[in-house]
Design a protein around this ligand. Structure first.
Ligand code: ADP
Length: 488
């Protein structure tokens, strides 16, 4: 039984396909059709002269030539001429080669076979070309989806290579970015962008079936090159956009910082300049002179403190605050921080539990961090005592700086560690801060492997909690403290 060939969607029955049907089936069809024509002539002999009935064989020649090509078409012509000669041209039952009518029939059949098979071949090659073009267009569309639909070109290359291999029916294919050499088994085809520069390499097997290599070079490689170039350009533009956004953000931050800093710097400078001018006057009383000189010193100190903070912050932001680690006693650090405060009048009570070990950290960093926390606590607690409690918690030491100030609301809490952030100014502390203290404290604590957080309820004071690892990973244990020498 002959089964109908599988059709593509939209293909009508009887349409010429790009590939020829099976040859053996062709032989079968040829024999059956010639036999049928031979049989059909018998009843027709009573209606028309036998010579004119050779046309009954034409459908067989036509059909076989169209579907199976010239060789089988010619064979069908010969078979038809022979059958006509043997069965129908008198004398029947034998071949009469000398009869010119036989040659006329054969000549007509041959002309039909050649014409039809040539036209069919042309149509078939057109269909084949259209098939290939469709495959290539489908391939280009799928590869474009792979390369341009995803987020990054490099990760989409494997899927695109797989599609090329499947569409062309060839062995392993890979696409690499940039120029790559081929090897013993694989040949390298350069993928070139619109500007002529090589953007990638298509690696395909050295041995390729039929005209696949020519198809690859003529159609697939140029399309692939253009797509990879576009995808890489898209990657670059995306990266540029991200970088530009980051730069703009950091530019905005820098502008805001500069504005804040210039204001903070100008205030003490203006005061110093004014006091300096006034000091030059002859009419000053010794009391006024002393007052002005105190103002110059105080404003100068404020200026120096601000400059120190700015330097600390810029060092931290540039990643240049590399801690010089040593075994550090938090008690010593907190005493030093308290003594260094610009307002030493604050009531600061230290409670250090006896089992608190030294921590591996940079003492100067920790001192700056705690000085800022203590300075804030004193400033915001409005004269009420500030307490500092230090205790051990497993592998860490936890220090709490607790004040009885106004507390910090949730919205504010989320922002207070940002550089130059200043909360809503209230009461005595209004306008006194630089907005740098907590950012610096956080920077130094984190540089030493610690964390800093705040707990506060508005109206009930604030607790700043610093947690430091006792030991940094892979560091030696602290040496035991020498026994204090007995007084002699
Ligand atoms: P400043 O120099 O302005 O204090 P900080 O970075 O040290 O800058 O603090 C940022 C903001 O956090 C302050 O403006 C203030 O609103 C808030 N803040 C910091 N410490 C306290 C505290 N102990 N109590 C209440 N608010 C605080």
């Amino acid at each position: 039984m002959i089964t109908a060939p599988r059709m593509r969607p939209g293909e009508r029955p009887g349409t010429l396909r790009a590939s020829r049907p099976n040859f053996l089936i062709g032989i079968g069809v040829s024999v059956v059709l010639v036999a049928a024509a031979t049989a059909a002539i018998y009843p027709l002999k009573h209606l028309a002269p036998v010579v004119s009935l050779s046309v009954v064989y034409l459908p067989a020649v036509l059909l076989v030539s169209a579907y199976w090509g010239l060789p089988l078409g010619l064979a069908t012509s010969l078979l038809s001429a022979a059958a006509f000669n043997f069965f129908h041209l008198p004398p029947t039952g034998r071949f009469t080669i000398a009869d010119s009518r036989n040659w006329v029939a054969l000549g007509a059949f041959t002309v039909v076979a050649v014409t039809v098979s040539t036209v069919a071949e042309l149509a078939r090659s057109r269909a084949l070309e259209a098939d290939r073009r469709r495959t290539e267009a489908d391939l280009a569309a799928a590869v474009a989806r792979d390369l341009l639909g995803g987020s990054e070109t490099e990760s989409a290359l494997a899927a695109a290579a797989q599609r090329v291999a499947e569409a062309l029916g060839i062995g392993p294919v890979s696409i690499e970015l940039g120029a790559v050499e081929g090897d013993r088994r694989r040949q390298a085809l350069a993928l070139v962008g619109a500007d002529g520069g090589q953007v990638g390499t298509l690696l395909v097997p050295r041995r390729l079936p039929g005209d696949t290599e020519q198809r690859l070079l003529a159609h697939v490689v140029p399309a692939l090159g253009a797509l990879v170039a576009i995808a890489l350009r898209r990657d670059a533009l995306q990266a540029e956009a991200v970088e530009t956004a980051a730069l703009r953000r950091s530019d905005d931050v820098k502008t805001a910082l500069l504005r804040a800093v210039s204001h903070d710097l100008r205030t003490p400078v203006t005061a110093i300049v004014a006091a300096g001018h006034a000091l030059g006057s002859d009419s000053l009383t010794p009391g006024e002179r002393a007052e002005l000189s105190t103002a110059v010193v105080e404003e100068g100190e404020q200026l120096a403190a601000l400059v120190d903070k700015l330097l600390d912050l810029s060092r931290l932001q540039a990643g240049r605050a590399e801690p010089r680690r040593d075994w550090v006693s938090l008690e010593d650090v907190l005493h030093a921080a308290r003594e260094g405060l610009s307002d030493p009048g604050g009531d600061i009570r230290l409670t250090i539990e006896p089992d608190v070990p030294p921590v591996r950290a940079d003492a100067a960093h920790l001192e700056r961090a705690f000085a800022n926390l203590l300075e804030n606590a004193v400033r915001y607690s409005g004269g009420l005592p500030v307490s500092v409690q230090v205790r051990r918690s497993g592998p860490r030491v936890v220090a709490r700086v607790v004040d009885q100030g106004p507390g910090i609301g949730a919205v504010e809490r989320a922002r207070i560690f940002e550089p130059f952030y200043r909360g809503p100014a209230t009461g005595r502390e209004a306008g006194t801060g630089s907005g740098l203290g907590l950012a610096i404290a956080k920077g130094f604590v984190e540089a030493n492997g610690g964390t800093i957080s705040v707990e506060s309820l508005p109206g009930q004071g604030s607790s700043f909690v610093v947690s430091l690892p006792i030991q940094q990973p892979g560091q030696p244990q602290p040496e035991p403290e020498p026994e204090p020498a007995l007084p002699t």
